[in-house]
Design a protein around this ligand. Structure first.
Ligand code: DAK
Length: 261
């Protein structure tokens, strides 16, 4: 896959590394980038060869500095709605991928960049990264899911503080508030993220997909319905090849090599 605004490589254990690559604009999400991101996510889903996907930003300074502000000038409410719809569609597709997606946050994660982080399954962050939703400084609000996903991640009151101040918050704060799963020294970020991704990639893929489906559904279900959903996902795994491989390997004291079936 070749793109103008993304770069991609596959490494050991079928871990994919996607870099958002518009370094001259601090990796801001313009239309071309959003279109390429959607194409990329659709291909990942269709080809079904990756075991884990890492998303990071090119360069040393920025993950994604938001939606491209220069492209958002002079828009009508209809155009705003179309843009918001497109961004939400792409971030939903990331959230619903059957493989784990790790945000590897190497610098500024602002506006749409913070919303991209929120669509990922978990977050490994440089201790130098900075987070924020500055949209209200531009007379806007987050339009790619930020008003919905942030509160579900760090709680309503902190989400409102971040959104209403439009301020920039440190990685340490976001770690304490639970958004960041692992906080690492800036220079060790990629190596640490690769290690975690590699661990995830060696686990049973269908089991991970079912765990992701069940955890994601938790937000919209009562505990009772969520527990039923968990039961169904759990039960379905007993018909997989990986279940046999996993249990046999444990009993034979071997390392399981999962087939993903
Ligand atoms: N868009 C376009 N270009 C950007 C950009 C952005 N978000 N962020 C940075 N750049 C560009 C700068 O214009 C500059 O380009 P040149 O002037 O060199 O051509 C280059 O990147 C380097 O940036 P700086 O020179 O500003 O670098 P500094 O280190 O001085 O500052 C900064 C870094 C991240 C603090 C600063 O660049 C900054 O404040 N950037 C804007 C951050 C921001 O406000 N992000 C949120 C964008 S708003 C919606 C849908 C979506 C959204 C809202 C509504 N609906 C449809 C309703 C989402 C909105 C956003 O994400």
């Amino acid at each position: 896959m070749t793109f103008n605004t993304l770069s991609f490589e596959t490494g050991a254990d079928d871990v994919g590394l996607l870099k958002i690559s518009r370094a001259k604009a601090l990796n801001a999400l313009n239309k071309e980038l959003l279109d390429e991101l959607m194409t990329f996510i659709e291909k990942v889903k269709q080809e079904n060869t990756l075991r884990c996907l890492i998303i990071t930003g090119e360069g040393d300074k920025s993950f994604v500095a938001g939606a491209d502000i220069k492209e958002m000038q002079n828009m009508s409410p209809e155009q705003g709605k179309t843009l918001s719809n497109r961004g939400q569609e792409i971030f939903n597709a990331i959230e619903q991928l059957p493989i784990p997606v790790i945000a590897c946050v190497n610098g500024f994660a602002l506006g749409g960049g913070m919303e991209l982080v929120l669509a990922c399954d978990f977050v490994i962050s440089s201790d130098k990264a900075k987070y924020g939703l500055p949209e209200v400084s531009l007379g806007l609000i987050p339009g790619y899911g930020g008003t919905q996903r942030l509160a579900r991640s760090i709680g309503v009151h902190r989400a409102k503080m971040m959104t209403f101040t439009g301020g920039i918050y440190s990685a340490q704060e976001l770690y304490e508030w639970g958004l960041i799963s692992k906080l690492v020294a800036h220079d060790a970020l990629l190596e640490e993220t690769m290690k975690t991704a590699s661990l995830v990639a060696q686990r049973a893929p269908v089991a991970i997909a079912k765990a992701k489906e069940s955890i994601n559904a938790m937000r919209d279900l009562s505990l009772e319905d969520g527990l039923k959903m968990e039961q169904n996902c759990f039960a379905q795994l007993f018909s997989t090849e990986d279940y046999t491989i996993g249990l046999d390997a444990f009993i034979e004291k071997k390392k399981p090599v999962f087939s993903g079936k």
